[in-house]
Design a protein around this ligand. Structure first.
Ligand SMILES: [Zn+2]
Ligand SMILES: [Zn+2]
Length: 81
């Protein structure tokens, strides 16, 4: 399976769920080193319980909204390779 974002063949085009603003895709969650950590913890507390990993063929990415400083996780459906 192939994640379109990791492979640079797709873009994340959704808007911020909170304010509808433009979000920046910050890379894979597992690669995320927390450049925006001062803004607060990621919603969803993936460290504690990881429902994401059982979701199937998805790649978890982090997005950051420049407008409201919200950091969120997103699940990207992987493409068949
Ligand atoms: Zn990915
Ligand atoms: Zn926002």
């Amino acid at each position: 399976m192939l994640c379109p974002l990791c492979n640079g063949i797709g873009d994340y085009l959704e808007s911020c769920k909170s304010c509808g603003g433009k979000v920046t895709e910050c890379g894979r969650l597992s690669d995320w080193t927390g450049p925006y950590e001062p803004y607060g913890p990621i919603e969803g507390s993936l460290q504690n319980n990881m429902p994401i990993s059982s979701a199937g063929d998805v790649c978890c990415h982090v997005i950051y909204c420049e407008n409201c400083s919200r950091v969120s996780e997103i699940l990207i459906s992987e493409w068949p390779s």
